[in-house]
Design a protein around this ligand. Sequence first.
Ligand code: SAH
Length: 221
Amino acid sequence: MIDQNPDIRGIGMTSARTRDRLVRRLQDSGIRSTEVLEQIRNVPRHLFVDEALASRAYEDTALPIGLGQTISQPYVVAKMTEALLQGFEGDRVLEIGTGCGYQTAMLAPLVKEIYTVERIPELLKKTKQRLRQLDIYNVHYRLADGWEGWPKYGPYDGIIVAAAAPELPEKLLQQLSDGGRMVIPVGPAGRQELFKVTRKNEHYEQLSLGLVSFVPLVHGK
Ligand code: SAH
């Protein structure tokens, strides 16, 4: 359902018709999950970027959100969400790299609880307000270094990481429940690969989902 609030519903370059074009494009690129495509249509991405960029919000491209960070490309968010939720049976997801909260908003209606960690206070503050305005209440926010995860509420059935790590973060692997999965880009700038890592007891199965480009998962708060 598209929202009745005109700011959220959008007009012109942010209208339902423009969003439908993006949905078709992602379908053509191989996104199959109907719940994910539905969320691409529903989430008002134009409210997650500066007003000056709103007319480009439904292009399949990453855009700057200030403070040297970006809102991820819709295809990549769709791909990661699809991989995270395929056969998903749990109810708790840890997200590292909240940023503007677009990925969080995509996931929110599809899982029970989201625990999200961001290291830049200004981003986290704005995102909290934005998601509340969109009536999203099943998200718990933490200002911290994502390399540490959020042990207090772990283990998690799913972990989704929106910044690239040089190697799989050990503490995040530890916070994955048995049978849980983590979707994470790994590698240096220009050579990052998206992985789905599934935990089977103390064994971690890795599946490559292709090449991607993310900002780095930096160390420290
Ligand atoms: N999820 C966002 C994309 C955010 S870009 C979206 O939907 O568009 C990646 C984010 O990861 C940035 O906001 C950056 O500040 C954050 N980040 C980078 N390193 C981090 C770390 N160690 N801990 C927490 N957040 C981190």
